[in-house]
Design a protein around this ligand. Structure first.
Ligand SMILES: Cc1cc2nc3c(=O)[nH]c(=O)nc-3n(C[C@H](O)[C@H](O)[C@H](O)COP(=O)(O)OP(=O)(O)OC[C@H]3O[C@@H](n4cnc5c(N)ncnc54)[C@H](O)[C@@H]3O)c2cc1C
Length: 485
């Protein structure tokens, strides 16, 4: 175990965020690097519990006490081996995961959790810096071919596992670049895109083939794919966004978050070849939806120079402490302050939009809001609470309703479940022979850590389908539900 008295002698300390007035002038990541010695002390707080609840909290089953101990001892190479044993992309989860492992940490029962996410991130960054992340091509090829559709974290995890098992894998992506929401949704200030690029380089060197700009169902049909490949993995995400059909929805200036964020990322990377059609500069911005996507719009709008930003949430403001209905080790709904929230803007809770208001030219000018109360599982309007807030730009960040019901879905004839996701059994198999599904496409909108866990598990199922047996690990079954998220 790490330092036996570490949790008694060392306080939790996370890396510092760069000063707000500095970081909002660039798009670089928000966090500063913590000195390695300080990180080792933090890893030393791990108690190596008899029952490590953090394993249960993490959908990947990360071997957290083991790599905490190794980092505490300074054994970087062994630490990254233990981390990679369960997680293909710790550099994504180390930056972006809400860390259900930490809310399940036993130290967190009566004090602050071990900084697991930070130890994870630093372990992989030390590994990249010390040239310890090398391509792992297979020793021999099986002769089997697999098409993975979609290059988000689920598709990438499935592709890497299957390539390393010796199969010939092609990843089809309709966008210009690889990465799914890692590339186009998550802003640069949360994760710089060079982080995605260096992992893609490793995958290419291992033999995974990438076909970008190919919209499956349009540029190549589902039938063609089935003829060409021995198995198909659908990792197409849940990109069917939820809209808000209230009066005034057609006024100019109301956009979906995912219509906006990709332009912000292009701007951040200096890749704009035309003027971005949506830009918050000088505008009064209102964001509908209090989650991660909304916070990403907030941070982007601030960096673009918005005049004001207001984020609206229909739910009441969560409490600072765990509610008694969400005890340890669950992942609680508590009041959280993301880096974007720290930068600027106002958050309004328990409000709902009744109407968008515009001017004679059809431009948005304001929102008509009402206060809401959550009674018997329903939101009810507080009578007499109507009021207006000014707005030139609105971003809808209200979640997603499963995968797009595209041409590809009908061509492949896969069935959907009653939530509109692609139906699958416990072996990630869809209703069609040889076609598998993983990530948000099968699970519904979720998290990167779940997408990676599903990609790994689906790869194991595909390998078994093709070879009759498999050595690939399968951290989860699709029906499993985490204790915490
Ligand atoms: C703005 C935003 C911020 C988020 N922030 C976080 C966060 O901080 N932490 C976190 O854990 N989770 C976050 N999430 C959720 C997380 O990004 C997703 O759960 C995760 O990316 C799902 O991975 P996936 O591989 O299933 O799908 P995706 O990442 O959505 O990738 C699906 C890919 O399939 C491609 N595709 C679809 N149809 C076709 C087709 N017919 N042909 C070819 N390609 C196709 C798409 O272009 C896309 O690239 C965020 C989500 C959003 C929208």
């Amino acid at each position: 175990m790490a330092d036996p008295r570490g949790f008694l002698t060392t306080q939790r300390e996370t890396p510092k965020r760069r000063a707000v007035d500095v970081r909002i002038r660039d798009w670089k990541e928000v966090y500063e690097e913590q000195p390695f010695g300080d990180l080792q002390k933090q890893a030393g707080r791990c108690m190596d519990c008899g029952i490590p609840f953090c394993h249960q909290g993490c959908p990947l089953g990360n071997l957290i006490p083991e790599w905490n101990d190794l980092i505490w001892r300074g054994e970087r190479s062994e630490a990254i081996n233990r981390l990679h044993a369960t997680n293909n992309f710790p550099e994504f989860t180390g930056r972006l995961c809400p860390a259900p492992c930490e809310t399940a940490c036993v130290v967190a029962i009566n004090t602050e959790a071990v900084t697991i996410k930070q130890v994870e991130l630093r372990t992989i960054e030390e590994a990249f810096n010390n040239n310890l992340v090398l391509p792992l091509p297979p020793d021999r090829l099986t002769g089997k071919t697999i098409a993975v559709i979609g290059s988000g974290p689920a598709g990438l995890a499935a592709a890497q596992q299957l390539t390393r098992a010796g199969h010939t894998v092609a990843v089809y992506e309709r966008a210009e670049r690889i990465g799914g929401l890692l590339r186009y949704g998550i802003p640069e200030f949360k994760m710089e895109k060079s982080i995605v690029d260096r992992r893609i380089a490793q995958m290419e060197a291992e033999g995974t083939r990438f076909r970008v700009g190919v919209n499956v169902g349009v540029d190549i049909t589902g039938q063609e794919l089935r003829t060409k490949y021995d198995a198909v993995v659908l990792a197409i995400g849940a990109t069917n966004w939820r809209d808000l059909s209230v009066p005034g929805r057609d006024f100019k200036g109301i956009h979906q978050a995912m219509e906006y964020l990709p332009w912000g990322n292009k701007q951040a990377l200096g890749e704009l070849t035309i003027e971005a059609p949506i830009n918050a500069n000088g505008k009064h911005v209102v964001i509908l939806g209090g989650g991660d996507t909304g916070a990403d719009c907030l941070g982007t709008a601030i960096r673009q120079g918005a005049a004001s930003v207001t984020q609206l949430e229909i739910m009441p403001r969560p409490t600072q402490e765990r509610p008694s209905s969400q005890p340890w080790p669950t992942y609680p709904m508590i009041y959280r302050v993301s880096s974007a929230h720290e930068e600027a803007g106002e958050r309004l809770y328990a409000v709902s939009t009744e109407e968008f208001l515009g001017d004679a030219d059809g431009n948005l000018r304001a929102l008509k809001l009402v206060e809401t109360k959550f009674i018997n599982g329903k939101f009810e309007k507080v009578e007499g609470s109507e009021h207006e807030i000014p707005a030139d730009l609105v971003f809808l960040a209200m979640g997603f309703l499963g995968p797009e019901k595209s041409e590809m879905i009908s061509q492949l004839e896969v069935q959907l479940d009653d939530r509109g996701n692609i139906k699958r059994d416990d072996a990630f198999a869809t209703t069609e022979e040889g076609i598998f599904v993983c990530g948000d496409a099968g699970r519904g909108q979720s998290l990167i850590v779940w997408a990676i866990a599903e990609g790994r598990s689906a790869a194991s199922a595909v390998d078994e389908y093709l070879m009759g047996e498999t050595q690939l690990p399968a951290p989860i079954e699709p029906t499993s539900r985490s204790l915490t998220v």
